[in-house]
Structures are given as C-alpha cells and as structure tokens.
Design a binder for this molecule. Structure first.
Ligand code: AMP
Length: 319
C-alpha cells in the first residue's frame, strides 16, 4: 500500500490524534500541523485532535495550539510534522507513543516513527499535507487551506526557492480551485511589519560584513539587540530578505538569545551547501536554509570560518 494511504488508514483508525512539530516553530511547522488538524476534524468530526507545542506569538494568525494531557500517551496516534530529529520535537516525548507517523521535507536525521513520509525535495511540510489530502479520502476546507498556503508560501519565500516544482504549483492550484481562499488576506497577515522591523532590515543591510568569498555575516549581541528593540527570534525572519544580493552567495546572522544563553544562527545560501556546517554547531536544516546554536563568540568565529571555506570551495568549482 502506498505510504499516503497507510497514513490515511492510521488516521481513520485512531480516535485520538496528537500533532506535533519542531521547537521554535515557523509558519510551515505551524501551518502543516494546524492545517492537518482542520482536515482531520473536517473529515472525521468525532475525533479528538490536539496540535501541541509552545505557541509563537509572531505567527498567531495561523491558529491556536492545544494543551497536552499525559493520558494521551496511552492511546493516541502521534503525527510529527516538519521535524527530522527526535530531540527537536516540541512539547511531547515521541518515544512514549505506541503509534507514530512522521511527515517531513528535511534531509533524514533520525528515523523515529513507524511510518515515515519524508520527501526532502518537497518545498515544505505543508506541501506534503496538501498531497496527503489530495491523494486520500481526507477532506480539505477553507480554514485548512489558509494555514497550508501560509506554510508553503513561507518556506518557499513566495515560490522563490528551487524546491518549488511543477508539483508544488499543481497542488497549490488544486488547493485554490477547491477552496477559493483569499490569498491577499493571507499575505497581509504574513508580510505587514512594523516600521521598527523595517528599520532592522536597514540596519542589517548597512552593517553586514562581506568576505572575499562572498559570505555575508553579522553578529548581534544583547546590547545591540536591545538598542534595536529586537530579539533573536526576529532575526530568523530578517535573514530571508538578504537573498539576491550580488555580492553574497551565502549569508548568516548570529543573534544572542538570552533565554538559552547562546547565539542563534540563521544561515541562507544560493549555491554553497550549508547544512553540514550547521550540523557541526548544534544545528541542521536544509541544504540552502539552516540554523544552529552556538555557545560563545569563539564558536561564532569558527562557524564563520567554516562557512567562508564552503563559499571558497563553491566559487572555485563555479569559476
Ligand atoms: P531558521 O533559520 O531558524 O529559519 O531555520 C532554517 C532551517 O534550519 C529550518 O528548517 C529549521 O528547522 C532548521 N534549524 C534551525 N535551527 C536548527 C537547530 N538548532 N538544529 C537543527 N535544525 C535547525
């Protein structure tokens, strides 16, 4: 049986379902989870479905999360979305569930579920959920479509990235035809930002350093973040706006996160493969979009050196 049909069968079989995703959720993690919750409830109104994990104030428009009750470990089906490594699953311990499914588009890190639908060439976890509902008797509705569209749009940066394929457009076209959602309303919620955030973008552009090998980097300590009235979480959003700068083929922002007493790195690339470097610094992610957590400024320097080396090698091959 094809894996999507197997996932449908498991969903149909279980009365209680817990949906989880990675820590520090982005719109794709939230959109795929909350979208799938809507789809399951739309198809099977009598099921109990819980989307769990810490909320992210910045993406509140995607929807609310549910409380997790320990009793659910006993008999619920767990579906984890958008999370390749077991240690980054937020809010629950996957090992305590009897039945587990993973739906993900990252390169494989851990195999921790009985059924794993992993397509690392897919644009987003949201695209995989659209594929699931397209391919099985599950039923889409407007609420689900809005969440999934937001997730897919965010992870592809509005269809800019190479993971955007004919299949992505096909599934999105199907979604829009089926539900007639208002995409302009979604963009309004996703892309409207305060003047302070716009100023932050300018600050980053004015202060980023660029190496001879075309690596852009910026390190922000707590003092600088305070002056900018910003925080580490906001920086992962700003990094996306640096794409298509002629002088940079890869770029990284390090921002101190006082909650974990570490520097959070957000790295992007339009050529060099960067997730191997991220994995050396307590991180990981996609080949062109990764994150890491660094203990101190020495590690920050080391990561800059490693990324610069990857850029140098890439330039050597592409001269
Ligand atoms: P971000 O820069 O935070 O938007 O993250 C980009 C990508 O890297 C996403 O796919 C994240 O899931 C992944 N990522 C971010 N931080 C980490 C980390 N500490 N460990 C593993 N993967 C990460």
């Amino acid at each position: 049986m094809n894996v999507l049909k197997k996932i449908y069968k498991e969903i149909k079989k279980h009365k209680k379902i817990v949906l989880a995703r990675h820590i520090g959720p982005d719109p794709d993690a939230l959109g795929s989870t909350l979208g799938l919750k809507e789809i399951i409830l739309n198809t099977f109104p009598n099921k109990q479905v819980y989307a769990v994990g810490t909320p992210a104030a910045r993406h509140k428009y995607i929807g609310n999360l549910d409380m997790f009750d320990e009793k659910l470990y006993e008999d619920a089906l767990l579906i984890v979305l958008d999370t390749p490594d077991i240690k980054r699953v937020d809010g629950i311990d996957p090992t305590r569930f009897k039945h587990k499914i993973k739906i993900d588009h990252h390169p494989i890190v851990d195999k921790y579920c009985d059924i794993e639908y992993v397509v690392d060439a897919a644009s987003s976890a949201s695209e995989l959920v659209i594929e699931l509902v397209y391919s099985t008797p599950l039923k889409i509705n407007k609420e689900a479509a809005e969440k999934l569209y937001a997730g897919l749009i965010s992870d592809t940066n509005r269809f800019l990235y190479s993971y955007t394929t004919d299949k992505t457009f096909y599934l999105v076209s199907w979604l829009l035809k089926k539900t007639n959602i208002n995409i302009i309303d979604i963009y309004e919620k996703m892309y409207t930002m305060s003047i302070n955030e716009k100023k932050l973008q300018s600050y980053v552009i004015l202060n980023i350093k660029i190496t001879d090998n075309k690596l852009g980097y910026l390190v922000l300590n707590q003092e600088e973040l305070d002056e900018l009235a910003s925080d580490a979480a906001t920086m992962t959003n700003i990094v996306n706006y640096l794409n298509y700068t002629e002088e940079m083929i890869s770029w990284v922002i390090f921002a101190y996160d006082k909650n974990i007493d570490k520097f959070r790195a957000s790295v992007r690339s339009r050529g060099p493969i960067i997730n191997d470097v991220a994995s050396h610094f307590n991180g990981g992610g996609h080949i062109f979009a990764s994150g890491a957590r660094l203990n101190n400024l020495d590690e920050v320097d080391d990561m800059i050196k490693e990324l610069d080396k990857v850029c140098e090698e890439y330039n050597g091959k592409n001269e």
